[in-house]
Ligand binder design. Structure first.
Ligand SMILES: C[S@@+](CC[C@H](N)C(=O)[O-])C[C@H]1O[C@@H](n2cnc3c(N)ncnc32)[C@H](O)[C@@H]1O
Length: 299
């Protein structure tokens, strides 16, 4: 692990909690920023100081720690620090997501990419379609992927032929998001984007909430994974990593795309968020689109 103690000499630390409350100095902000960047890849700009300060103060209180600097020392300690670091990340992360987010991308996925992948699987020895939703938040993205996969299989497989296995992996750095994802139960507001036809087919209504069906659960697994690290996944057909890279700086984005390149099989596809691009980052992918939906194909 990086020696974070080496950063802390000659630093102007904020005062202990007084009636005015703790205040984060610029130096402390830089310490936290570099710790968070080194450990998670998330990069906080100068303008995010107040946001980070308010979240850190909440964690200080929860841990009964009296100064921001002591909290920093607690985070970098070997024992309790790692667990608390993940809790802090959980409060700082943006987990916004929804079912069928960016519908044109799901049209491209269902109408063009899945039929191509399914066609390959008919001839392949390994018949599993492997899809990774990296930074899956509370599960809406991998469950949407699962529903679209079943739709595409139904349309592209003749009766009597054994359909491909579906393996959808959802991963995230947030334990609380993964807990919600694994539960697979959503309020009425959260399923607003799901068409009636899909609701009837892939959800069960339980006490006014909507639970994803057993069929969808069976092909979906969730796991903790920090995208800063390698996870060893290989021969993946399709990766979704949407609205995650925007929180990383350019150097970290490049490292992430390298990892995705290694995880994808040749000809595999990568979906990124609509405000993200591979232009200038990596030229080993070919831009592909259908109507307004876009993705990248590993050459
Ligand atoms: C804005 S959400 C996007 C969710 C979904 N992909 C979508 O587009 O709807 C970003 C997610 O990325 C996760 N994330 C951020 N940094 C991460 C990291 N280093 N490793 C894994 N997940 C990370 C956050 O916890 C959050 O759930």
């Amino acid at each position: 692990m990086y020696d974070y103690n080496s950063n802390v000499s000659n630093i102007n630390f904020g005062y202990l909690i007084s009636e005015k409350g703790p205040k984060m100095t610029n130096e402390e902000y830089l310490l936290f920023r570099s710790l968070i960047y080194n450990e998670s890849g998330m990069y906080f700009k100068d303008t995010k100081k107040e946001f980070m300060e308010s979240k850190i103060i909440k964690r200080l209180k929860a841990n009964n720690i009296r100064s921001i600097y002591r909290y920093y020392k607690h985070l970098i300690s070997e024992s309790e620090g790692k667990r608390e670091f993940l809790v802090l990340i959980d409060t700082l992360r943006i987990g916004e997501t929804s079912f069928f987010r960016n519908r044109p991308q799901f049209d491209l996925f269902r109408e063009k990419i899945l039929p191509e992948v399914i066609e390959e699987k008919k001839k392949a020895v390994c018949k599993a379609v492997k899809i990774w939703s990296a930074g899956c938040s509370t599960g809406e993205e991998p469950y949407t992927i699962a529903m679209e996969c079943y739709e595409a299989v139904e349309k592209n497989y003749r009766r009597g032929l054994t359909p491909p296995l579906l393996e959808i992996i959802g991963s995230d750095i947030s334990f609380s998001a993964l807990k919600t994802a694994k539960a697979g139960i959503y309020s009425k507001e959260r399923i607003e984007e799901v068409e009636e036809k899909y609701l009837m087919k892939y959800f069960n209504v339980e006490d006014g909430s909507y639970a994803v069906s057993e069929q969808i659960r069976r092909c979906t697994v969730f796991d903790f994974h920090n995208l800063k690290n390698e996870n060893g996944l290989r021969e993946i057909d399709i990766i979704f990593c949407r609205n995650v890279m925007i929180y990383f700086d350019l150097a970290e984005q490049k490292r992430l795309i390298d990892k995705f390149y290694a995880s994808l099989k040749p000809g595999g596809y990568l979906f990124i968020g609509h405000s993200e691009t591979l232009q200038g980052l990596d030229d080993r992918f070919k831009f592909t689109y259908f109507n307004k939906g876009t993705a990248y194909k590993r050459i």
